[in-house]
Design a protein around this ligand. Sequence first.
Ligand code: SF4
Length: 287
Amino acid sequence: MKVIRITPRGYCYGVVDAIQLAKTIGKDPNVPKPVYVLGQIVHNRHAVDSLEQFGVVNLDGPDRLTLLEQIDHGTVIFTAHGVSPAVKARAVARGLHCVDATCPDVTRTHDLVKNLAAQGYQIVYIGKKGHPEPEGAIGEAPDAVHLVSTLEDVEQLVLLAGPVAITTQTTLSKWDTEAVIRRLGERFPGAEVYNEICMATQQRQEAAVAQSVDADVVIVVGDVRSNNSNRLVQVVQELAHKPAYLVDSVNDIDASWLDGCERVAVTAGSSTPSELTRAVIRHLEEI
Ligand code: SF4
């Protein structure tokens, strides 16, 4: 069986920097201890667990403000997904040492939202409900930003008077957002579109679609909570029309997926540690 290694795949620079920063902070004797990460540093439990040996404690829960109430001293690291100004202010008010690992691409979206809101725009943010990234970006201008995920959300949307801008979460797929943006344009003619899907996400999705054309089956290595990993499965299924499966590690591979398969393609979400993907490739090559 031939194994096609889809490229690029795996860690993006935002994830690499966030994990490296957390390790450095954990080891630094001059940083107030304990060191907490507010939420999963990236959406991968293996990456999260690997920080324990550096003395970094990951807190997990429904929202960042509630998580903060569990900490009354030490250092708090904000994750690559970004946090709202209210979370930053609360962390400072609780006397915590704050370290910001927000990806620069997410910060750019926060700045965009802030600037548009200051100019009086109503902002429609296309994103995943319950994901920390929209939570942080919306927190920049809660009165001006409206979160939508589906076409049904668009139909129910009520905006105040004023110019309208549309923007997106960084880890969606451009194909995913097309229909929602089109419908928003019909409902709010003249709305300005700011596509904030990051380059790393876009490149991984485009490569997955293009390079899986010759494959019988596609394996995506990633955590079930990772939005960009789930989008990789979706774009392969919907655009390359190939069966695609998300696996957390080599242990999740179901042998029946490979029945009669001559070519299997492998890719990985931008929060997936490379060693997990290497183990999957090794296993497939041994078959
Ligand atoms: Fe940054 Fe994109 Fe990576 Fe998210 S997926 S950390 S936005 S580069």
